[in-house]
Write a protein that binds this ligand. Structure first.
Ligand code: 5RP
Length: 264
């Protein structure tokens, strides 16, 4: 792997665990000002010190993140659809590789819509990004989107979407947790991180999801709603870090959560 590309990837995997805790705040690009992300800068500020990378759009990066930040940036470069329409797969590339380089991104990310009406376009966009990324030493993270069709979160579908993304050249893949998740990981020849999906019933449920994903071989998490929609986002992020970086059990992570919540 060329030096610049590998260096950018390694910066998102700090420390010795070989794992990463990515914080996703890119939801506004198709959901608008979703709950707890109405003011991204305010939500992000206390969380930044505990994130190994942040995933967001260029608009939020420019408006809401101090340029002095040292946290690696994963720039979302696909978009063009909103939740107001049925077909979320109608996406194009919404930021150029030149802009990603100007913004000092450590990676670019796009959604891949396997099985959706615009599957073809999303896969061709991925191939273009990989070519342009390789030319500039910028890694590409493919996000296997399930859009409104949450029933697509099964191992057969997600394994296919992850594998196709890796075959086209994605350097990293993000997908959703499902039963039989190890099948998804095993079929994917590049590092895979897990998203959290919509807010679960409890913080314990989100910690369990992260723990199971890491046990199955995910190299980390790229989570949003189950962190910043938690009642105690910083404590939640610290507890997730214990699972991802320190091999904590769910019980141990719940102790971290409780300790981080305790008034000082
Ligand atoms: C939105 C995304 C999100 O970054 C991804 O889904 C992770 O966030 P969450 O944990 O809230 O699902 O790609 O399209």
């Amino acid at each position: 792997m060329q030096w610049g590309l590998e260096n950018r990837i390694r910066r998102m995997f700090p420390g010795t665990s070989g794992h990463t805790v990515m914080l996703a705040v890119d939801h506004g690009y198709f959901m608008g000002p979703t709950h707890r992300l109405e003011n991204v800068g305010k939500t992000l500020e206390p969380l930044l010190p505990y994130a190994d990378a942040i995933a967001l759009t260029r608009g939020i990066l420019r408006s809401s993140v101090p340029p002095a930040t040292t946290v690696p940036v994963i720039l979302r470069v696909s978009g063009g659809a909103t939740i107001l329409k049925e077909d979320l797969s109608h996406e194009a590339l919404t930021a150029s590789m030149d802009d990603a380089a100007r913004l000092n991104a450590s990676a670019v990310a796009l959604s891949v819509f396997a099985g959706a009406p615009h599957e073809h376009e999303s896969l061709v966009n991925l191939s273009k990004l990989v070519d342009e990324g390789e030319a500039r030493g910028l890694p590409v993270l493919a996000i296997t989107a399930v859009g409104k069709e949450l029933e697509k979160r099964d191992a057969r579908y997600l394994a296919l979407a992850c594998r196709v993304s890796a075959e086209i050249g994605a350097h990293l893949v993000k997908t959703y947790y499902c039963d039989g998740f190890s099948r998804v990981v095993d079929g994917c020849p590049v590092p895979l991180v897990v998203a959290g999906g919509p807010r679960l019933d409890s913080d314990a449920a989100a910690l369990t999801l992260a723990h199971r994903a890491i046990e199955a071989g995910a190299v980390g998490i790229d989570m949003g709603r189950n962190i910043w929609q938690s009642e105690t986002p910083v404590a939640m992020l610290k507890a997730l870090r214990a699972i991802v970086h320190e091999k904590a059990t769910v019980a141990e992570a719940l102790d971290v959560l409780a300790a981080a919540r305790a008034p000082r």
